[in-house]
Design a protein around this ligand. Structure first.
Ligand code: BES
Ligand code: MN
Ligand code: ZN
Length: 511
C-alpha cells in the first residue's frame, strides 16, 4: 500500500473520496471542512443542522460533490461523543470509512487529518493509518476468483492542513504503516491452512525475513534439538511426520550496552490434540495455534525497519501436534531442556511443553526481560472472553508496562494470579511436574507450569487464545486472524527502559 502524507487544501484534493471524522452532536462545521462546505453551497452545515448526520461512532455518510470541489465525494464518519474520545474510536471510525470506500471499488481516497482539542496530531495520524490499513486487509490467498472490491485500493493519502506538523506527522505515518503492515503479515500466516503453514514453512519464512533485512536467523532442526535435549519440542513433534523447527531471530541494537528482551511465541502449526484428540467441531481453528509465533514474526518484520535501541531475540518453537503411532501417550514422561521431567497427562496440553523449552533456551541470552505469547488455553477464553488476553508474570514493573502498552494500542490484557495454591495442582507423583492441573483455572495452571521454567528474569506470559481471531467482522479486523500481539510487542520494545533491579530476581509471583 502506498501512503502519501501531504500538505494541501481539502477542496483542491483530486480524489474519489475525502474522509472526515466528526464527533457526535457537532452542530457547526469544523474549520478543516469549512472551505469544502462553502464551495458546495453549505451542504455539510445543512446535514449537521438537520441532524441527518449525527456522528454516532462508526456512522457513515457519503456525499457526492457534483464537481463543485475536487474530491468527488465527502465521506463523513462518526467518532462518537467527544467526552468518550479514545484513539481506538479513531481507529474504528477511519477503518469503517476505509472499508466503505473499498466496497465502492474506488482505487484511492484521502483522509483528512484534523486538530481535535487536546489530542496529539501525531497520535491521531497513527490511529487513522492503523485503522485504514488494518480494515482494508483481506485474506485472499485461496480465492481463485478475487473479489474486485478487495484488490482495488492501491494507495491513499493523509491530508495535512498545517505545514508546521508535516514532518512529525510523516514520521508517525511511516511508523504506523510499518507496524500495521507487520500485523497484516502476521494475519496472513495465521489464516493459512495448517497443511501449508507447517514448521518447515515457518522456518523458511523466518530465513526469508532475515535475508531481506539485518535480522539474524538461526534454525534448530531435529538433530540440533536432540543434541541439546529439547524434550518438550521433540515430545510433541513425535506424533507427526512434519519435523519440528526451533526458530531464533535476533536484532542487535547499535549500542553495545543495550539491554536484551526475549520474545517467545507458540508456533503450534496445527493442534489436533494428539492422542487426546480434540472434537471435530472447531478443530479447524487450531490452524491458528501458531498465532503467538506469528506475532513474533510480525514484530520482527517491524523491528527490521524500526531498528529499536534494545536487543531483541525471538524464539519460536514450531511443531505440529498429531496422533500417529509414535505420538506422545498420556502417562509418558519427557525430559525438558531444563532437565525437569514432565508427566504428560493430556497430550492436548502441548503448548506449555514446547514453551518450557523456549523459556529455558532464553536463559542463554541473559535477558533483561522475557515475554511469551501463546494461544495456550481454552479456559482463558472462558475466563476473559474475547476482548482481553490473559496476563501472568513475576515482575510488577514489567506487568505494568505490558498492561500500559496493551491499553495504548488497544490490545488489552488482564492479569490473572499465579498463587502457590495453583502451583500445588500441577505436582506429579512420579515426575517433577505434570502437564495439566485440575478441572478449574486451566489458564492459571498452564501459566504456573511455564513459571516453573522461568529462571531469574522478569517474565510475562500472554494467553491470546481468546484474542487471536474474531468470529465476525469488526471495524478493523475481518473474520479470522487479528494479528494480536504485534502492536503490543512493538509498543513495549520501542519504549523500552531498564527495569529496576528491585524484584527482578523473584521467581514466583508473590514470593
Ligand atoms: N491450543 C489449545 C488452546 C486453545 C483453545 C487455543 C481454543 C485457542 C482456542 C491448547 O493447546 C489446548 O488444547 N489447551 C487445552 C488444555 C487442556 C487439555 C488442559 C484446553 O485449553 O482445553
Ligand atoms: Mn492443545
Ligand atoms: Zn495448542
Amino acid at each position: 500500500m502506498k501512503i502519501v502524507t501531504k500538505f494541501g487544501a481539502p477542496e483542491m484534493e483530486s480524489t474519489e473520496a475525502l474522509v472526515f471524522g466528526l464527533f457526535e452532536n457537532v452542530k457547526n462545521v469544523p474549520p478543516e471542512l469549512e472551505s469544502c462546505n462553502q464551495s458546495t453551497g453549505g451542504i455539510i452545515s445543512h446535514l449537521l443542522q438537520n441532524r441527518d448526520f449525527r456522528g454516532k461512532l462508526n456512522e457513515t455518510m457519503m456525499i457526492p460533490t457534483y464537481q463543485k470541489i475536487s474530491p468527488k465525494r465527502i465521506v463523513l464518519v462518526g467518532l462518537g461523543k467527544f467526552e468518550d474520545f479514545s484513539f481506538d474510536k479513531i481507529r474504528q471510525a477511519y477503518g469503517t470509512a476505509s472499508r466503505l470506500i473499498q466496497t465502492k471499488q474506488f482505487t484511492s481516497f484521502s483522509l483528512l487529518l484534523c486538530k481535535w482539542k487536546d489530542v496529539s496530531v501525531e497520535d491521531a495520524a497513527r490511529s487513522i493509518i492503523e485503522g485504514a490499513i488494518l480494515s482494508l486487509y483481506h485474506f485472499t490467498m485461496y480465492k481463485t476468483v478475487k473479489k474486485e472490491e478487495n484488490t482495488k485500493i492501491k494507495s491513499f493519502s493523509l491530508l495535512v492542513q498545517d505545514k508546521a506538523i508535516l514532518t512529525s506527522v510523516k514520521a508517525s505515518v511511516k511508523n504506523a504503516q510499518t507496524v500495521s503492515e507487520a500485523v497484516c503479515f502476521t494475519r496472513d500466516i495465521v489464516n493459512m491452512s495448517g497443511s501449508d503453514a507447517t514448521p518447515s514453512y515457518l522456518a523458511n519464512k523466518a530465513k526469508e525475513l532475515a535475508r531481506k533485512s539485518d535480522i539474524k536467523c538461526t534454525i534448530l532442526s531435529k538433530p540440533d534439538l536432540i543434541k541439546i535435549g529439547m524434550g518438550g519440542v521433540l515430545g510433541v513433534a513425535r506424533g507427526s511426520t512434519e519435523p519440528p523447527k526451533f526458530v531464533v531471530l535476533e536484532h542487535k541494537a547499535s549500542k553495545q550496552t543495550a539491554e536484551t528482551v526475549v520474545i517467545i511465541g507458540k508456533g503450534l502449526t496445527f493442534d489436533s490434540g494428539g492422542l487426546c484428540l480434540k472434537p471435530g467441531k472447531g478443530m479447524d481453528l487450531m490452524k491458528g495455534d501458531m498465532a503467538g509465533g506469528a506475532a513474533i514474526f510480525g514484530a520482527f518484520m517491524a523491528i527490521s525497519n524500526l531498528k529499536p535501541a534494545v536487543n531483541v531475540v525471538g524464539l519460536i518453537p514450531c511443531v505440529e501436534n498429531m496422533p500417529n503411532d509414535k505420538a506422545l501417550k498420556p502417562g509418558d514422561i519427557i525430559k525438558c531442556l531444563s532437565g525437569k521431567t514432565v508427566e504428560v497427562i493430556n497430550t492436548d496440553a502441548e503448548g506449555r511443553l514446547i514453551l518450557a523449552d523456549a523459556l529455558s533456551y532464553a536463559k542463554r541470552y541473559k535477558p533483561d526481560a522475557v515475554v511469551d505469547i501463546a494461544t495456550l488455553t481454552g479456559s482463558c477464553v472462558v475466563a476473559l472472553g474475547t476482548f482481553a488476553s490473559g496476563m501472568f508474570g513475576n515482575n510488577s514493573e514489567l506487568k505494568k508496562r505490558v498492561k500500559e502498552a496493551g491499553e495504548n494500542c488497544y490490545e488489552r490484557v488482564w492479569e490473572l494470579p499465579l498463587w502457590d495454591e495453583y502451583h500445588e495442582l500441577i505436582k506429579s507423583h512420579i515426575a517433577d511436574i505434570k502437564n495439566i492441573g485440575g478441572k478449574y483455572g486451566g489458564s492459571i495452571t498452564a501459566a504456573c507450569f511455564l513459571n516453573k521454567f522461568v529462571e531469574a528474569f522478569p517474565w510475562v506470559h500472554l494467553d491470546i487464545a481468546g484474542t487471536f481471531m474474531v468470529e465476525k467482522d469488526t471495524p478493523y479486523a475481518r473474520i479470522g486472524a487479528t494479528g494480536v500481539g504485534v502492536r503490543l510487542l512493538i509498543q513495549l520494545i520501542q519504549n523500552w527502559k531498564t527495569i529496576p533491579d528491585v524484584g527482578k530476581k523473584s521467581k514466583k509471583q508473590g514470593k
